[in-house]
Each structure stands twice: as structure tokens, then as C-alpha cells.
Ligand binder design. Structure first.
Ligand SMILES: Nc1ncnc2c1ncn2[C@@H]1O[C@H](COP(=O)(O)OP(=O)(O)OP(=O)(O)O)[C@@H](O)[C@H]1O
Length: 334
């Protein structure tokens, strides 16, 4: 079977001084298929990096097996494995003195044979990889001069230059701003589809992951690996069970985290277009529960000109959402 498959996999660390091994995750069964962007999510410390390192062959499995295109990863010799599997770990300190092109060219190493010299075809692959990640213009720049987002793209180019069938990335968006995160995840999805690559990427960027992933591997707090489309996992409550907390809960309908029911009272909103979700969000932040049916304590209407709020039979008008929000925080003293 094509792709990366986990069969009864247990991952963790060998015990020190005669102690038993520390099992971080066990009994894992999952498949990441070519052409899919598979996103690995889970709360801090649940074992995402440990799993990715084990899938990469960087640390041995404690039990079970990892199959790459149907073959046990441990049966490949290192060069053979590097021609099939590329790994992008969290590397803030990539070789700084190399240029982006030289760093990308390191990805050709598994293909260049004994001399390590790049042939014409290798140079072409390096140029292609840089172009694929929109980094051709950075090619001659030293890596030390690149921004986090630019460097992450070049590290991805190095992985592509390996011409693998599978790429594993550990938190590649960790240091990126929102547009760069969206761009990198979008790039990974495009590459997985266009080149029929297996792409497994871990991230803490849950909302983006759930919007963009074809498949999600979710490590829940009990250490079980739940696999499915983002919608399946939202519907069966797995995402809420893993991430709700700190006053936030996952809203499956919108795919974002929202503030949990506040204590200010219930609010009803009559507004069209963007005014409705923005009003809901602003009022929820001030502790109002929105979205229910039946009578409400507070009614807010956008009449196309101003916001009208009715509370305890008194009507007030606000020219801006900011003024309404200020009042909604302490309506008793306004
Ligand atoms: N070298 C190690 N030896 C022993 N235990 C380790 C080692 N590295 C990590 N761990 C432990 O394994 C568990 C999983 O860690 P891991 O880094 O895989 O989690 P993670 O999901 O990637 O975390 P985060 O979201 O914080 O990056 C943690 O309890 C961690 O303390």
C-alpha cells in the first residue's frame, strides 16, 4: 500500500539505568496517503515530535512498525530511506553560512553518489525546489539573513530537493506570522496534490489545520490517535474533548474557538452580513451568551446606520461597535 502506515506502533524513549522504557504513545494505527495533507495535532507534550521522529527513523519504535509504501522503514538503508523520506524538524539554526541554494542542494545528497558532486540534473532539481516554494529570489542569499518564514520555505525546498515520496514536518509554522503560516500550509497542500506526496505536518495552529487538512491525526489527552477528516473529528466531539478549556470551546459549525457562555446574560442579535458574527464575538467577549432561542435579556439590532440595544425596557443607540462593546461590558453603570 502506498503511503506511510502505522501498525500497532508504540513510541517513546529507552529506560535509563535498567528502568523500563518510557512509552509516550502506544497502539497507534493510521495511514497517511499520497496526495493528502495530513495534519498532526494534539495538546502540548502528547507526543507529536516523538511520533514524527519515529516515523522518520530518527528514533526506534518501542513496538509495532512504520511502513513506507508497504515496507518497514527500518529495512531501508539510510541513503535509500533519504531518497524516499524527507524530514523537516524545527531548526531555527539551519547552517547559517550557506546560501539558500546551497542549503537546498544538501537535499540532493542521497542522489549524488560517492563524489557528492551535483550534475546538471541535480542543479535543475534544486532550482525547481526553490521555485516550488516561491524562494527562487532568495537563492543566493545567506541563510543567516533570511526571515523565519523565508528560512522555513528554504528548508522545505531542501526536503523537496530530495525528491522523496513522503515529507514529514514538525511544527514548520511555529515562528511564522499568520499570512506566512497560511502560505506555507497552502504550499504543502498544493505540493501534496500536484506531486502526489505524502505530507504529514504537526502544528499547534488548530484553526488553520482544521481548515486546510485533508486528514487529521489527533492525539487526544488519553494518548489515543484519532484519525479522520476535520469535519468527522469535529462532529464526533474529539476536537472539543482535546482542546476545550481555559474558557474557550470549539465551535464545530464555524471551525473556530469561541469564548464559553458568559455570565452577563443572554443576548439576541438582529443584524445582517458581517455585523452579526462581529456582534456575536464582541458580546461574547464581554460575557454575553448569544445564539440561543427564546427571550433574551439584551437585544441588539443593526439598522444600517447604528446599533440599537434594548435592555430592561431602555433603548440606547451607538454609532460604533466599539461604543456598544464598552457599554455592554458595564451596562449597569452606563
Ligand atoms: N529525550 C527524551 N527522553 C525522555 N522523554 C522525552 C524526551 N523527549 C521528550 N520526552 C517526553 O515525551 C513526551 C512527548 O514529548 P513530545 O516532544 O513528543 O511532545 P509534543 O506533542 O511534540 O509536545 P509540544 O506540543 O510541546 O511540542 C513528553 O512528556 C516529553 O517530556
Amino acid at each position: 500500500m502506498k503511503g506511510v502506515a502505522l501498525r500497532g506502533l508504540a513510541v517513546g524513549y529507552p529506560g535509563r539505568r535498567g528502568r523500563a522504557p518510557r512509552r509516550v504513545l502506544a497502539g497507534l494505527d493510521a495511514v497517511a496517503r499520497p496526495g493528502d495533507l495530513t495534519v498532526l495535532i494534539g495538546p502540548n507534550g502528547t507526543g507529536k515530535s516523538t511520533l514524527l521522529r519515529t516515523l522518520s527513523g530518527l528514533q526506534p519504535a518501542l513496538d509495532g512498525e512504520v511502513l513506507l509504501d508497504g515496507r518497514d522503514v527500518t529495512s531501508f538503508d539510510p541513503l535509500e530511506l533519504a531518497r524516499r523520506l524527507a524530514v523537516v524538524l524545527t531548526e531555527r539554526d539551519a547552517p547559517a553560512l550557506l546560501t539558500a541554494r546551497e542549503l537546498t542542494a544538501l537535499g540532493r545528497h542521497p542522489h549524488t553518489g560517492f563524489t557528492g558532486r551535483l550534475a546538471e540534473a541535480d542543479h535543475a532539481v534544486v532550482s525547481w525546489a526553490l521555485e516550488a516554494v516561491n524562494a527562487a529570489h532568495l537563492a543566493e542569499r545567506p541563510v543567516i539573513e533570511l526571515s523565519d518564514g523565508e528560512r522555513q520555505r528554504v528548508l522545505t525546498a531542501r526536503a523537496l530537493a530530495q525528491e522523496p515520496t513522503a515529507i514529514l514536518l514538525d511544527e514548520p509554522t511555529a515562528f511564522l506570522d499568520v499570512p506566512s503560516r497560511v502560505a506555507l500550509m497552502g504550499l504543502l497542500r498544493r505540493l501534496s496534490r500536484e506531486r502526489s506526496l505524502v505530507v504529514v505536518v504537526s502544528t499547534h495552529d488548530l484553526e488553520l489545520a482544521l481548515r486546510i487538512a485533508d486528514r487529521v491525526w489527533l492525539i487526544d489527552p488519553a494518548g489515543a490517535l484519532r484519525c479522520g477528516t476535520p469535519e468527522q473529528l469535529a462532529l464526533d466531539g474529539a476536537i472539543s474533548a482535546s482542546f476545550d478549556g481555559g474558557g474557550l470551546s470549539f465551535d464545530a459549525a464555524s471551525g473556530v474557538f469561541v469564548l464559553r457562555g458568559g455570565t452577563a446574560g443572554t443576548a439576541r442579535i438582529a443584524a445582517d452580513g458581517l455585523h452579526r458574527p462581529l456582534l456575536e464575538r464582541a458580546l461574547a467577549r464581554e460575557g454575553w451568551r448569544t445564539g440561543g432561542a427564546g427571550p433574551a435579556d439584551l437585544t441588539v439590532t443593526w439598522d444600517g446606520d447604528a446599533y440599537e440595544a434594548v435592555l430592561d425596557g431602555t433603548t440606547r443607540r451607538f454609532a460604533t461597535l466599539a461604543e456598544l462593546t464598552d457599554w455592554a461590558r458595564r451596562p449597569d453603570i452606563a
